[in-house]
Design a protein around this ligand. Structure first.
Ligand SMILES: [Zn+2]
Length: 322
């Protein structure tokens, strides 16, 4: 297998770089590791830090790779540890060079603006090598998300396979999304090209706990088992909570955000999610859920300072499993 700076034979583990663009004075590279089993099988592409602050997924990916033994696996794992190197170095969600949210511009464009070119490089390389894709995310610096798996439910065979992988990701919370605002996401276009893709989300708020690292590593192990890359049965829950149709909540007043529920809470329509406080400590706005019963998939961290029009919550309607 040839990818990036690497040539990897069966039974080998190699680390190198994947070129995703160019600075004025040299290549923009992502750290890349390939673990290739002695026996043939499926190839899984895993990436972290598509949003530069979301390092928890990358730490979980490193943990997962440490445990991978090329003598014991079938197929291969391709790990791109920083899918947006510029955003990582700038500790930013969006690509600093053009301010773009990279996960809204897939499939990208080899002749487009910078983020479109990065998207094209990731998408074309992943599609060219991999049978399935996992993209690791979190709430970054400002927000906290619960531990869940997300896939694009477009009714295709690839999306059904993505649903099967999501249910092996060691979480009971599954977002089977038909949401139009994910039209430019990598997982959407990977699925459209006939290959399953899953986003795993966990944590954020500027910190990474060991439990969150274990969640990411466990999700990757479960999906690697479901693909037959790792031996053993994938984790199966007796019951899953399935969500679709996210409604996003934005504040109108600036101030300090005080949450009324935890990320991952189930709320009814009209239930308070939190309040904006001014600098006399008064509540100037109460934010409520427009959706219900709904899963709260993202919330700002406690007392996060927010301007008006900041994302307060993703509330996703629960369609199965309460
Ligand atoms: Zn993200």
């Amino acid at each position: 297998m040839r990818i990036g700076t690497l040539s990897v034979r069966p039974g080998q583990r190699r680390s190198g770089q994947l070129v995703l663009g160019h600075y004025p004075d040299g290549p923009i590279v992502a750290p890349l590791t390939v673990v290739r089993g002695k026996r043939p099988g499926k190839t899984l592409w895993i990436q972290g830090c598509l949003h530069g602050q979301e390092v928890g997924g990358t730490v979980g990916l490193i943990r997962f790779l440490e445990r991978l033994d090329p003598a014991r696996i079938e197929g291969a794992v391709i790990a791109v540890k920083l899918a947006n190197p510029l955003a990582f170095r700038g500790y930013a969600r969006n690509t600093p060079i053009d301010g773009i949210n990279l996960n809204r511009v897939f499939p990208g464009d080899a002749a487009g603006y910078h983020s479109q070119q990065v998207a094209h490089a990731l998408m074309s390389t992943a599609i060219g090598h991999a049978d399935a894709l996992v993209d690791l995310h979190s709430g970054g610096e400002s927000h906290i998300v619960p531990f869940y798996a997300l896939y694009r439910d477009d009714g295709s065979a690839a999306s059904r396979e993505a649903g099967r992988l999501a249910r092996a990701a060691a979480t009971a919370d599954i977002w089977a999304s038909r949401d139009a605002w994910l039209d430019g996401a990598l997982l959407t276009h990977f699925t459209l090209r006939g290959k399953p893709a899953v986003i795993v989300e966990c944590g954020g708020g500027g910190g990474v706990s060991e439990q969150q690292v274990a969640n990411f590593a466990g999700a990757l192990e479960g999906m690697a088992r479901a693909l037959g890359i790792l031996p053993g049965r994938p984790p199966r829950r007796a019951r899953y909570r399935v969500m679709d149709q996210a409604l996003l909540v934005y504040n109108r007043k600036g101030g300090l955000f005080r949450p009324a529920v935890e990320p991952g809470a189930v709320v009814r329509k009209g239930q308070a999610l939190g309040a904006m406080l001014d600098f006399d400590g008064r509540v100037v706005e109460t934010l409520v859920s427009p959706n219900g019963p709904a899963y709260v998939a993202a919330l700002p961290r406690r007392y996060m300072a927010l301007h008006s029009g900041a994302l307060i919550a993703e509330t996703i309607r629960i369609v199965e499993g309460g």
